[in-house]
Design a binder for this molecule. Structure first.
Ligand SMILES: [Zn+2]
Ligand SMILES: [Zn+2]
Length: 331
């Protein structure tokens, strides 16, 4: 159809035909350049070139001290029948409340309630928000700054051995950490932490793990605590005066809207950059959360050097103003 039109047009007036084709070419070229700028489209570049044309957007982060830490000790031995050992590491006296067989739907409704109506700052508040939709509850007192191992188990008389086939309506274990002393809520930006823990049983043998850890803020937000994947020789400073990116287990808070001035430095031992093998690892790439580049190398990468995922944003663990505390490294 278009070809027939062009032939007819050419027969009618060759000059007009050339003018039309030329105009079409100019318009198309204009659109392409407008879309990509003067850069070559990404798909046409080879990978080496990509590394030198990278633009990485720096994410604004705010530092928050997380007073709560909770890990699973020896996850391979945990099961519904034999119980689970949790290690807590809290900066203040706290209460650990374990809800076994907690309703998935009611838990997320409770987190929504935290946003809209009331703070979940005490075990009672969560209990009210859950409408007691759990099977068994137990509570422990956690002394501050002491790494305590707590053994939790469903009592035999509950006769619960599994939570049925997936998809499930109940989480095996939900652990809530709250301050024991009311006054501590004024000091910290985080008032409680909800950990959702999977524990294997007869029907669903997925290994024991923390599925989510939500940090609840007094203003009503809650954030999913995520782990960073550090490259190289990892010697995590345990329970240091940690910013959010680094609660006891090197995690970062995914911050949807919470932004502020760039973070101060968490004190960190220097780690080898995966590219130059010389600089201290300082940059967290998002969304993959690989932490593998130094200040010098980060600007050369549009894709993560470890997983090849495109870097959408990145942020520094240490701000540049602060001098690095790197020890000189023997070469
Ligand atoms: Zn480097
Ligand atoms: Zn990656």
């Amino acid at each position: 159809m278009a070809a027939l039109f062009l032939v007819t047009l050419y027969e009618y007036s060759p000059h007009f035909y050339i003018a039309v084709v030329f105009t079409c070419f100019i318009v198309t070229a204009g659109l392409v350049l407008g879309w990509f700028g003067w850069d070559v489209p990404v798909i046409l570049r080879n990978s080496e070139e990509t590394q030198f044309n990278a633009r990485v957007f720096k994410k604004q982060m705010r530092q928050v001290k997380n007073p709560f830490g909770l890990e699973i000790s020896n996850p391979s031995s945990a099961s519904i029948t034999t119980g689970i050992t949790l290690t807590t590491d809290c900066l203040e006296d706290s209460l650990l409340t374990c809800y076994w067989g907690c309703s998935v739907q009611k838990l997320y409704e409770a987190l929504q309630k935290h946003i809209y109506c009331f703070q979940i700052s005490t075990p009672q508040a969560l209990e009210d928000a859950l409408y007691s939709e759990y099977l068994y509850q137990e509570q422990y007192f956690i002394k501050k700054d002491s790494k305590e191992e707590i053994y939790c188990q469903l009592p035999k008389d509950t006769k619960i051995e599994d939570f049925g086939a997936v998809p499930r309506s109940r989480y095996p274990l939900v652990a809530l950490l709250t301050f024991a002393d009311e006054d501590d809520r004024e000091i910290y930006d985080i008032i409680s932490m909800v950990s959702i823990i999977h524990i294997p049983d007869k029907t669903y043998k997925l290994s024991c793990r923390i599925l989510h850890q939500y940090l609840l803020l007094p203003q009503g937000q809650f954030y999913d605590l995520k782990q960073l994947f550090m490259s190289a020789n990892n010697s995590t400073p345990p329970g240091s005066s940690s910013p959010e990116e680094d609660s006891a287990d090197h995690s970062l808070l995914e911050k949807a809207g919470l932004s502020g001035s760039a973070a101060d430095a968490p004190e960190e031992s220097s780690k080898d950059c995966v590219v130059c093998q010389n600089g201290a690892v300082n940059w967290v790439l998002l969304p993959c959360r690989h932490t593998c580049l130094c200040d010098g190398c980060v600007r050369h990468f549009q894709r993560c050097p470890m997983c090849r995922q495109f870097v959408q944003e990145s942020f520094a663990l240490r701000s540049r103003k602060e001098p690095d505390k790197d020890k000189p490294k023997p070469l």
